[in-house]
Ligand binder design. Structure first.
Ligand SMILES: Cc1cc2nc3c(=O)[nH]c(=O)nc-3n(C[C@H](O)[C@H](O)[C@H](O)COP(=O)(O)OP(=O)(O)OC[C@H]3O[C@@H](n4cnc5c(N)ncnc54)[C@H](O)[C@@H]3O)c2cc1C
Length: 413
């Protein structure tokens, strides 16, 4: 079968790319080994984090490292064996934690985040997915200590510099708005206008439904290998179906290196694992997403209930679901809301992350016919539409709205 464009990965990045590319009258095939939106794009914290320009690479990490590494109640866990066997990635990550690198990375993330609405809104409208979003707007960050609040001052400044409207509240004022939260609150920040989803998986499903209604093809199948030649790319599916396309887009999230032959395997992509727990009967405990900054997670009201999502675990793609991480989130839920029992559901997800916290959006060194769109770390749900729109520009040979050099795979080669 011949297609103009084949996209590997039906998460938010691949599904958004499919809709945007299709708009240019292309014959598009979207491939995924799983059902659409069922991987990382399913279990996240649901925030359209237009304020998310601050990478986790920051100088404050050095000060916080001992407590992050050795406290039982830490939002960070490192599998030491994994870390040592992937030392170059960890060292590159740490090299990106200087103040100057944080500022540079923030500027580059902010440039992408500025494209959020222009990339996402037309897709939401086209797929009639407005109902996937909450009606209310605004997302909170709460700090339970003066130390935590002070440590984040520089980051808050960066968010403001890049256009986020941030309103500060005292503990008393915050409790008037979110009375069910019981932890001590030093200060709260509201990112005014930030949107959030009631069901991120449904958003991706509606995108893919619209894509197929408009003539696109979705096939549930895993790609094992691709082989480019000067005019096209051959895509090898696990089931043996031969496929060829003019342009291939790799949007496989944390698994993108598995698309052997694309060049993705040469990039320093790793994963920041994150978890969520869900309490079905407590969806009304908060009005809006509340991130407990010291805790390293959000608590988000959803159609399915109350989700606590976040934390970072460096342990690769293979290690199993870690019960201690679920224990940490459950204990934290009890600190925040009192005894709300055991979670009804638990989940482990895989953020795709480069050591400089920037995604790769651009042409592969293996072939001009292969494009990369992965590595969106903590803000992929937010950046799906923007990335898809840029990818459509690259496929068509149009000038993208921003300079793409900072996101080029060439920065690692
Ligand atoms: C706990 C947690 C909280 C988060 N909260 C937020 C948030 O609030 N806001 C935000 O913006 N972001 C958030 N994120 C990040 C966000 O979820 C991700 O950046 C985003 O979902 C990545 O989308 P994706 O399409 O790249 O990847 P995925 O959704 O993981 O999709 C990749 C798809 O590619 C498929 N695939 C891979 N390789 C192949 C292959 N060889 N053949 C066929 N199919 C393949 C996979 O099966 C998968 O379905 C969070 C992440 C986590 C873990």
């Amino acid at each position: 079968m011949n297609y103009d464009v084949v996209i590997i990965g039906a998460g938010i990045i691949g599904a958004s790319s499919a809709l945007w590319v299709q708009q240019d009258r292309k014959r598009v095939l979207l491939l995924d080994g799983r059902s659409p939106g069922s991987a990382t794009s399913y279990g996240n914290a649901c925030t359209i984090a237009t304020y998310g320009c601050v990478p986790i690479n920051s100088p404050s990490i050095y000060k916080r490292l001992p407590s992050l590494l050795f406290s039982k109640d830490s939002p960070l866990r490192i599998d030491w064996w994994y870390a040592i066997s992937h030392l170059p990635w960890q060292l590159a990550f740490l090299r990106n934690c200087s103040a100057s690198r944080m500022n540079e990375i923030s500027a580059k993330l902010a440039a992408l985040l500025e494209l959020t609405d222009a990339g996402m809104d037309p897709l939401v409208q086209r797929s009639s997915a407005q109902k996937c979003f909450a009606e209310q707007r605004g997302i909170y960050y709460v700090f339970s200590s003066a130390k935590g609040y002070d440590a984040a001052r520089k980051e808050t400044e960066l968010r403001r510099r890049y256009g986020t409207s941030v309103v500060e509240f005292s503990s008393f004022e915050f409790r008037e708005m979110e009375p069910n939260i019981r932890i001590p609150i030093h200060r709260a920040l509201l990112f005014e206008g930030a949107r959030f989803l009631r069901d991120p998986r449904k958003l991706v499903e509606q995108y893919v439904d619209q894509f197929t209604k408009d003539g696109g093809t979705f096939k549930q199948s895993c790609v094992s290998r691709v082989s480019p030649d000067p005019e096209s790319v051959s895509v090898h599916l696990e089931d043996g179906t031969p496929i060829s396309c003019r342009k291939l887009i790799v949007a496989g999230g944390a698994w993108s290196k598995g698309v052997v032959g694309s060049g993705a395997e040469d990039l320093p992509l790793d994963t920041e694992r994150g978890y969520h727990i869900l309490f079905k009967s407590y969806g009304d405990l908060v009005e809006r997403p509340v991130a407990w900054v010291e805790g390293g997670f959000y608590t988000t009201p959803m159609d399915q209930g109350l989700r606590l999502a976040g934390t970072v675990e460096l342990a690769g793609l293979k290690e199993k679901h870690n019960k201690d991480r679920i224990g940490y989130l459950t204990r934290s839920a009890h600190k925040l809301f009192g005894d709300i029992g055991q979670p009804d559901d638990t989940w482990l997800g895989f953020r795709s992350t480069f050591p400089d916290a920037l995604p790769v959006i651009g042409v592969s060194h293996k072939s001009n016919n292969i494009l990369f769109a992965f590595g969106h770390q903590h803000v992929g749900l937010t950046l799906g539409g923007a990335t898809g729109k840029i990818i459509a520009d690259l496929v068509e040979g149009r000038e993208p709205p921003i300079d793409l050099r900072p996101y080029s795979p060439a920065r690692f080669l």
